[in-house]
Design a protein around this ligand. Structure first.
Ligand SMILES: [Zn+2]
Length: 305
């Protein structure tokens, strides 16, 4: 059987317009000038929320602050990191979580949970906000050294933390998770997770464990959650998921067996669905994952292949 169903379009949180310009990170003078520069833009993060306006109209947009609008936030002295260049303008993430009411301009909108609106934001804007949020989460959670407990100080324009006591270096982490659509003949395997509030069926997923390849993680997760043996595993696409620090690696996988044994700790139900059932899911009374999710892309690219 063929398991190659190419990605029909880009995943959410990809397509950043920023040039990460990593070569500037070790140039402390350049970074200091850029941080105080007149054209510099800031992507503020407040308690894992991102600044955006236009929520009422249903067409939100990311808000980056520059010049006088950014000054009061800049002066709060919170953690920051250089994200890159937007058409030659330096862009920094800036965490203002330590302030109960961060001083933002009246027309700057509100701090909002990116996951609630990502499908509505222009793709590149969602990517920049996700980048800022993920990096600031790491900065705020890694103030102390995991080796000796000493205090850490930022280096590399906010992309590394160095322990002031033992000198250990700490870098932002991204935790890989596999997400897979298991296909057997003209049917695919979907599960109804205990955490889903509505009757929604989605692909299986789970974290990659130490010492495990991605293909092994796919086979283990499908066996653990649904008792289905998996043969061939084919990579499809990936999606940044910095909520707080993952990347979703999407696969199509070949189901070798049919009889489902579900893990009752994880799933309420799992079933094989025909393409017709998925096309008619609304009439049949169940939902599919959000259109901006990689789970939905895996399903649709198989469905329309
Ligand atoms: Zn240390």
């Amino acid at each position: 059987m063929t398991l190659s169903f190419p990605a029909s379009r880009a995943n959410a949180y990809t397509g950043s317009p920023l040039d990460r310009a990593g070569h500037h990170r070790e140039d402390a003078d350049w970074i200091a000038r850029a941080f105080d520069g007149p054209d510099t833009l800031f992507a503020p993060v407040w308690r894992a929320r991102s600044l955006m306006r236009g929520l009422e109209s249903g067409a939100p947009e990311a808000v980056l602050l520059g010049g006088d609008a950014a000054r009061p936030l800049h002066d709060l002295g919170g953690p920051w990191a250089f994200l890159g260049l937007l058409e030659q303008r330096p862009v920094f993430a800036l965490d203002v979580s330590h302030e109960d009411n961060p001083p933002i301009p009246e027309d700057a909108g509100a701090f909002t949970d990116l996951r609630q609106v990502a499908g509505l934001l222009p793709a590149g804007e969602a990517s920049v906000l996700a980048h800022a949020r993920g990096l600031m989460h790491w900065r705020v959670k890694h103030r102390f050294c995991g080796v000796c407990g000493g205090r850490c100080e930022p280096r590399s324009a906010g992309h590394a933390m160095t322990c002031t006591n033992c000198g250990a270096q700490h870098f932002p982490r991204t935790d890989p998770a596999v997400i897979m659509l298991v296909v057997r003949g003209d049917r695919c395997l979907l599960g109804h997770n205990l955490r889903f509030p509505t009757p929604m069926y989605s692909t299986l997923a789970g974290f990659v464990e130490p010492g495990e390849s991605l293909e092994e993680a796919v086979r283990r997760e499908v066996m653990e959650e649904a008792g289905i043996a998996v043969g061939q595993v084919v990579y499809h696409s990936s999606q940044p998921w910095p909520f707080p620090s993952s990347i979703m690696l999407g696969f199509h996988a070949e189901g070798l067996t049919e009889e489902i044994h579900i893990d009752r700790e994880e799933l309420r139900d799992a079933r094989w669905f025909s393409k017709r059932e998925l096309h008619e899911h609304k009439e049949l009374g169940f939902g599919l994952p959000r259109v901006d999710s990689i789970a939905r892309r895996l399903i649709e690219d198989w469905l329309h292949a």
